[in-house]
Design a binder for this molecule. Structure first.
Ligand code: BAL
Ligand code: ZN
Length: 872
């Protein structure tokens, strides 16, 4: 398959100014008529053909300005249609036929639960009709949908409805017009027998917007949280960014079959139903939180993505990194900032750092790809968000806002680049970001080292920071990054010290941002009465790995007193990590773990501290994170060590855990708010520790919680505790859960995931058997993620078992899936990419599977790219 390079970018030779689409919807044979009003770009030569992308389309007819085109004027091949001899402007009419019900790739127009829906980002529109399928071609869309009135009463597309009526033969139609020019990846249509809830939002300038959420009718009682989240997001974007909504209606549709989480199509978002539907008895606190965040994310795209879009797909982080930053900040403002930040850093360090250290490492702005769908990555999204966060840190809240205002003002209605974004930040603030731009172009995670020197005579503390970034594929030498290091100094009682840098007249507060631009820089602080403890990367101010030579006592001090929630949590995690990685599991007894046990005891009893932060402090580092610190990765060893330490903590803290559990028992109606969710989180963490002892009283506690739970969070936590235990009733409870929830596809996903991640010797056999269970389907992405991805990426011991059976099973599933849905297949293949991190036997097993994927006849571009790049 061909590679696409950023350096080859050429502006479009032809623009499409307006497009009229007509759909005669039929599950097997939908007819699509398009009228493209084209114009040759001024710098385009008159002989240049117009290229229209097209894939899996049946061409029925083509005409220019009302006259059918003869065959010598166009050429049809696998990539699409090339039309020659066109005038400077004109109207091209094209008719195609497609088969939505045969579209298993879920890209383009397809059916889900009998309803029609679309997914066009990144390159799905070319599977609907012939079109220049690139984001820098922006047109005004008018769309008419026709379908059977009884089977398909709801007909939706982007923008506002401008006409509707009855047709012959029991059909009807609706015409939609979107006044904003947009790239075709933002096109959407939805049609079917759907129910809806409706609400209204008045923008701050007084415009009334109708809000709709469309779902299958049996889900109508699960939409309220999504609607409330949408209204919160709309208000937040007005207050924090000054951005208002711009159409008369905003529509969200939930579908069960969806490759991604959700899609920001203009005025008509299509969502994976897992990010819309919630009822206290079916959705967990995490689901409620994710819904708020994803609803916000897609809404925020209306400005960061839709009004201002990407010039080409290499600029994907322009909209995704920025929008993830926006949704993270929205969630922080709606809930707890500290908890949010720790969660976001956890995702980044566990997944993105791993990607950055492996064969798929790529810059936030990649410079080549085979299949763009493979670049919807944690690097483009989450590291991209960290890059925007660093801009926010360097420019300050007001400077950043001025930069955003200028960016939106300059580029409204345009398709632009990450450079345009940074240029606006520079122009609005006068700050040079020349070196900062390297964050977009250089892959890899910089490593930071601190050397500290205290001089008691001079009362100075010198901090020397050194940066280094290891090579990544295709980038052997890295230039130094511009790294904001938010920091402070504290004394040995944990009190913050005023910070006066050498040469400054007066202290400038107790927290400041050092800017590390060279490979090595020394910062000297004055008036420091005794050797301080430096606190670096407050709020995790840069996506770097920081090596610090803290003593255990210093870590204990910070974990008890540091005011920044991230650094405080990080100190405790570092203590736990040191224990886990420097002792064999059998040595992780109460004596060895004494400092950790005592810190945990204090945390459990510290009722003044937010329960969610207490839960985070008491959670041991994840195996996926620990894996970053060992070579080779031995999954069972990490798992055994972590389990041993859990058991030690559980035994030593039993009365404290029981007391905390009881104290947090809640009665009354469920509420997903952050405080209530935090209490449930801590209580359920206590339960998971208690059950580690594997005794009857702990089993009874979990069984009682399972039976009495008034919400899914508590019910699922109890079930999870039981499933990971040897409780004699574990199978019966699993069965009970399934029989209770088998009609609710999203709850069944939870049931599948629990079994796939179960800490049991027979999990692989169980997962294999579940692929034949009626609850599973290889055609539904959520089922694949819930069972197969949960096993391959969430159960390292099961997947990496020494026999290689886990690899063979998942490898085979991927190859089967690739023939149906390459995007989902290649996402699953990510479990194999860092095969070089394991011992030789595992390497051989993983490599064999990657080779089989790469060399399979008819392999998709998506899977080929992942396998070939992984093999290197
Ligand atoms: N644009 C694809 C889905 C999302 O990131 O919102
Ligand atoms: Zn997005």
């Amino acid at each position: 398959p061909a590679t696409v390079y950023l350096k080859d970018y050429q502006p479009p030779a032809w623009q499409i100014e307006a497009v009229e689409l007509e759909f005669d919807l039929d599950p097997q044979a939908t007819r699509v008529r398009s009228r493209l009003q084209f114009r040759r770009a001024p710098e385009t030569g008159p002989d240049t053909p117009l290229h229209l992308d097209g894939e899996a389309l049946e061409l029925l007819g083509i005409a220019l300005d009302g006259e059918p085109l003869t065959a010598d004027r166009y050429r049809l091949d696998e990539a699409g249609l090339e039309v020659r001899g066109l005038p400077e402007t004109g109207v091209l009419e094209i008719e195609t036929r497609i088969n939505p019900s045969a579209n298993t790739e879920l890209s383009g127009l397809y059916t889900s639960s009998g309803n029609f829906c679309t997914q066009c980002e990144a390159e799905g529109f070319r599977r609907i009709t012939f079109y220049p399928d690139r984001p820098d071609v922006m047109a005004r869309f008018t769309t008419t949908l026709r379908a059977d009135k009884v089977a398909t009463p709801v007909l939706l597309s982007n923008g506002n409805p401008i006409a509707s009526g009855e047709l012959e033969d029991g059909r009807h139609y609706v015409t939609w017009q979107d006044p904003f020019p947009k790239p075709c990846y933002l096109f959407a249509l939805v049609a079917g027998d759907l129910g809806w809830i409706r609400d209204r939002f008045v923008t701050r300038s007084g415009r009334e917007v109708d809000l709709y959420i469309y779902v299958q009718k049996h889900n109508l009682d699960k939409c309220d949280h999504a609607m409330a989240s949408l209204k919160h997001a709309m208000r937040w974007d007005e207050e924090v960014y000054g951005r208002e909504y711009d159409l008369d209606r905003y529509m969200i549709v939930a579908v069960d079959d969806f490759n991604m989480g959700a899609m920001e199509n203009k005025g008509l978002n299509v969502f994976n139903s897992r990010y819309v539907l919630a009822r206290p008895d079916t959705a967990t606190d995490a689901d409620y939180q994710n819904i708020e965040s994803v609803i916000g994310h897609e809404y925020f795209h209306n400005w960061s993505g839709n009004r201002v879009t990407c010039r080409d797909w290499f600029q994907l982080s322009l909209k995704e990194g920025f929008t993830v930053f926006r949704d993270q900040e929205f969630s922080s403002d709606m809930n707890s900032r500290g908890v949010q930040r720790i969660g976001d850093v956890n995702i980044l360090r566990t997944h993105q750092f791993r990607e950055d250290a492996g064969p798929m490492a790529h810059p936030v702005k990649p410079d080549h790809y085979v299949a763009i769908d493979n670049f919807y990555t944690v690097t483009v999204y989450n590291k991209g968000a960290e890059v925007v966060r660093m801009l926010h840190t360097l420019l300050g809240t007001e400077g950043f806002r001025r930069g955003c205002d200028l960016y939106f003002e300059r580029h409204d209605g345009q398709a632009v680049t990450t450079d345009d974004f940074v240029n606006a930040m520079e122009a609005a603030t006068g700050v040079s970001l020349q070196q900062f731009r390297r964050w977009y172009d250089q892959a890899g995670t910089p490593e930071l080292e601190l050397e500290r020197h205290y001089d008691p005579q001079a009362r100075t503390c010198a901090l020397t920071l050194r940066q280094h970034c290891p090579p990544t594929p295709g980038q052997s030498d890295k230039q130094p990054f511009h790294i904001p290091v938010a920091m402070g100094l504290c004394d040995r009682e944990g009190r913050a010290l005023p910070l006066r840098l050498y040469g400054e007249a007066a202290a400038g507060g107790e927290s400041r941002v050092l800017e590390l631009c060279r490979e090595e820089e020394t910062f000297v602080f004055q008036d420091i009465p005794a050797e301080p403890v430096p606190v670096l990367l407050r709020g995790f101010s840069a996506p770097v790995k920081l090596a610090l030579d803290y003593t255990d006592a210093e870590l204990a001090l910070l974990s008890a007193h540091e005011r920044d929630p991230f650094c405080r949590w990080e100190a405790g995690q570092t203590l736990a990590r040191r224990l886990l990685l420097t002792h064999p599991p059998q040595a992780l007894d109460a004596d060895t773990a004494r400092p950790l046990i005592e810190a945990a005891r204090r945390t459990l009893a510290d009722t003044a501290l937010d329960p969610a932060l207490r839960a985070l402090a008491l959670t041991l580092p994840a195996e996926g994170y620990l894996a970053e610190f060992v070579d080779p990765i031995e999954p069972e060893q990490l798992h055994t060590a972590r389990q041993a330490l859990r058991l030690t903590l559980s035994r030593a803290l039993r009365p404290d855990l029981e007391a905390c559990y009881e104290q947090l028992t809640e009665t009354g109606a469920y509420s997903p708010d952050a405080a209530s969710a935090g209490r449930r989180r801590l209580r359920n963490l206590c339960l998971s520790y208690l059950i580690a002892c594997e005794d009857d009283s702990a089993y009874q506690l979990a069984l009682r919680q399972y039976e009495q739970a008034g919400n899914m969070t508590d019910s699922l936590a109890a079930l999870q505790a039981l499933v990971n235990s040897d409780c004699p009733q574990r199978e019966a409870v699993l069965e009970d859960f399934y029989s209770r929830w088998q009609q609710d596809t999203l709850v069944v996903d939870k049931w599948l995931s629990l079994q796939a991640t179960a800490d049991r010797a027979d999990t692989l056999e169980r997962v294999q058997a579940l692929t034949g269970h009626p609850a599973f389907s290889l055609t539904n992405p959520n089922k694949v993620y819930a069972l197969l991805r949960a096993f391959a990426q969430g159960n390292p011991v099961g997947f990496h078992q020494a026999s290689g059976a886990g690899y063979r099973f998942i490898g085979e599933q991927i190859r089967t899936l690739d023939g149906r849905n390459p995007q989902v297949a290649s996402r699953l293949a990510a479990a194999f990419t860092d095969w070089r991190r394991y011992n030789p036997t595992r390497q051989a097993g993983m490599r064999t599977e990657l080779e089989k994927m790469r060399d399979a006849g008819g392999v998709s571009r998506d899977l080929y790219e992942i396998a070939a790049r992984s093999l290197g």
